[in-house]
Ligand binder design. Structure first.
Ligand code: NAD
Length: 258
C-alpha cells in the first residue's frame, strides 16, 4: 500500500536518499526544504516551521503515514539549535494529529553519533525546556567565547533525549505512533565533504568517529535503516536510537552500554 511520507531536508544528502528510496517503493513523498521541495520553508524560524506544518497539512489532506526529519546544520551558528532541534520537534508535534490518523504511523528523526560526545549541559537543558531564545543566547555566547564545538553534539543529544521522552508520552505510543532515531556516523554528503577534504580535519574526525565496519557510509546506507524503522511490519519498537555508524558507538562506549 502506498504511504504518504514527509521528509525534511529532502533536497540533499540523506533526505534526498530517503526520498529516492521511498518513491522507488511506490510511496508519495512531501519534501520540506529551503529549496527544491513540495513545501519550501525555513525550519530555522518559528514562522517557517508553522508554514511547513500548514503546507504539509494542506498537501497531504490531513493524514501522514510517516515523518523523517533530516534537515540540519553542522557548521556552528546561532541558527544551528533552531534548525537541528526546533526544526524537528515543532514539526513532529505539529503533525501529531495527522500521524494519529494513519494506520501505522512512524516518525524517524536523524540524530548523530555526535550526540554521544561531550555537550553543553545548559544548552541541552534549554532545548529540552523548549526555550528557543535561551538556546540561541547560549549558542551566541559559545560562539563569542570560542567554544563552538559543543553546539552540534548538544543539539543531537537533546534530540535523542526528546525522542525518548516523547515516544512514551501520552498521545504517542498509546496512539500507535512510533518515534525512533537513526544516529549516523560519518556519511558522504555535502555536510561532511569539507571535513573529509581537509587532511587535518579528517584525522580529527576519524579519531572521533571510528567506523571499523565498512568505513564511511553513503546516504543510501542511512536511508535503508530509516526504511526499516518506517516499516508498518516493525510494530513494537519505539524510543530507540539506532546507531548506523559502522561500529563507532560500540567502539567508543564499550560493551557495558546497551
Ligand atoms: P546535507 O547538507 O546534504 O542536507 C541537509 C539538508 O537540510 C539540505 O537539503 C538543506 O537545505 C536542509 N536544511 C538546512 N537548513 C534548513 C532550514 N533552515 N530549513 C529547511 N531545510 C534546511 O546534509 P546531510 O549529511 O544529508 O544531513 C542530514 C542530517 O543527517 C542532518 O540532520 C545531519 O546533522 C545528520 N547527520 C549527517 C552526518 C554526515 O556525516 N553527513 C552524520 C551524522 C548525522
Amino acid at each position: 500500500m502506498s504511504r504518504l511520507v514527509v521528509v525534511t531536508g529532502a533536497a540533499s544528502g540523506i533526505g534526498a536518499a530517503v526520498r529516492a528510496m521511498l518513491e522507488e517503493g511506490g510511496d508519495r513523498v512531501l519534501g520540506v526544504d529551503l529549496r527544491d521541495a513540495e513545501v519550501v520553508a525555513d525550519l530555522g524560524t518559528a514562522a517557517g516551521r508553522a508554514a511547513a506544518v500548514a503546507g504539509v497539512l494542506e498537501q497531504s489532506g490531513g493524514v501522514v503515514d510517516g515523518l523523517v526529519t533530516c534537515a540540519g546544520l553542522s557548521v556552528p551558528s546561532v541558527a544551528l539549535p533552531s534548525v537541528n532541534f526546533f526544526g524537528t520537534t515543532e514539526l513532529v508535534d505539529g503533525l501529531r494529529p495527522a500521524l494519529a490518523g494513519a494506520s501505522a504511523p512512524r516518525v524517524v528523526l536523524i540524530g548523530s553519533i555526535s550526540g554521544t560526545q561531550p555537550v553543553d549541559d545548559a544548552l541541552v537543558d534549554a532545548l529540552l525546556a523548549g526555550d528557543e531564545p535561551a538556546a540561541r543566547g547560549l549558542a551566541e555566547a559559545a560562539l563569542s567565547d570560542g567554544r563552538p564545538q559543543q553546539l552540534y553534539p548538544s543539539s543531537k543529544a537533546a534530540l535523542a533525549r526528546w525522542a525518548r521522552r516523547t515516544a512514551v508520552a501520552p498521545g504517542w505510543a498509546d496512539a500507535g505512533i512510533a518515534v525512533n532515531v537513526v544516529a549516523p556516523g560519518v556519511v558522504l554528503t555535502a555536510m561532511s565533504a569539507a571535513l573529509i577534504a581537509d587532511p587535518q580535519m579528517k584525522a580529527v574526525m576519524d579519531a572521533a568517529v571510528p567506523m571499523p565496519l565498512h568505513g564511511y557510509a553513503q546516504p543510501e546506507d542511512i536511508a535503508r535503516a530509516v526504511g526499516v524503522l518506517l516499516s508498518p511490519s516493525l510494530t513494537h519498537v519505539t524510543g530507540q536510537v539506532l546507531y548506523v555508524d559502522g561500529g563507532a558507538e560500540t567502539t567508543l562506549r564499550g560493551p557495558s552500554r546497551f
